[in-house]
Design a protein around this ligand. Structure first.
Ligand SMILES: O=C(O)[C@H](CS(=O)(=O)O)OP(=O)(O)O
Ligand SMILES: [Mg+2]
Length: 226
């Protein structure tokens, strides 16, 4: 795609963009997305006071883990977090130059759709990040967002069920993912837990994720115009 023309929504339900939303809720000012562990640590070295977060088991040099259940206990007031994960942050970096790039999960679903409507987006590319784009929880969230954007009144139940029965959820419950909290799956399935979308863009050479407040009536206004 021509990155500068497109609107992209990058989805990682379990767990990058559920964790990111919780980080903002806990006060984070911004989240810098890093391509890998080395880059995350290099960015941290240049910015004393910034906190580094990665997926997997806790590792020396990193301050936080990619787990909503753990992040919800953290005091991140006015802090900058550098996030590196296997799937979500990699997907976001791939579309960071798009005209509008949002990072999404179920916890910011409604706000994401409002942000798209607010921007007048009539063509949206959804990017499922898990399992090379085949992750059931990400595809369920993408379909949910797409149908909401089309103006359908939806029961989230069937979409959440697909995510709840996904291999990722099974791995988390079974303790096969490192750096996890028992509440992680449940926290990833809280639809509209937060009222902000999350927008990523380039700032001084860094990919920066920030909360994006939306107009509550944006979707209904967009539908009236169709
Ligand atoms: O932290 C996660 O859930 C995954 C990595 S792993 O499968 O647990 O190793 O990363 P994400 O990019 O959030 O899907
Ligand atoms: Mg994932």
């Amino acid at each position: 795609m021509d990155g500068t023309e497109q609107v992209a929504v990058v989805i990682d339900v379990m767990r990058a963009f559920t964790t990111a939303a919780w980080a903002f809720h806990r006060g984070a000012d911004k989240i810098v997305l890093a391509a890998d562990e080395d880059e995350a640590l290099a960015i941290k070295a240049c910015h004393p006071g910034w906190l580094a977060l990665k997926d997997g088991a806790p590792v020396s040099g990193f301050d936080l883990v990619n787990s909503p259940g753990l992040i919800r206990e953290a005091d991140l007031a006015d802090r900058t977090v550098i996030q590196k994960t296997t799937a979500g942050t990699v997907g976001a970096l791939a579309v960071v130059e798009a005209k509008l790039a949002l990072c999404a999960s179920f916890v910011v679903a409604g706000a994401t759709v409002r942000a798209l409507a607010d921007a007048g987006a009539d063509s949206v590319t959804f990017v499922a990040t898990g399992e090379n784009g085949r992750a059931a929880e990400d595809l369920a969230c993408a379909e949910y967002l797409d149908r909401l954007l089309a103006g359908e009144r939806l029961d989230s139940g069937p979409y959440l069920h697909r995510a709840d029965t996904s291999p990722a959820a099974d791995d988390l419950r079974g303790g096969r993912r490192r750096g996890a909290h028992p509440a992680d799956v449940g926290l990833c399935l809280e639809v509209d837990r937060f009222d902000f979308a999350m927008k990523v863009g380039l700032e001084e050479g860094l990919a920066v994720l920030r909360p994006l407040r939306t107009r509550p009536d944006a979707v209904s206004a967009a539908h009236r115009a169709r």
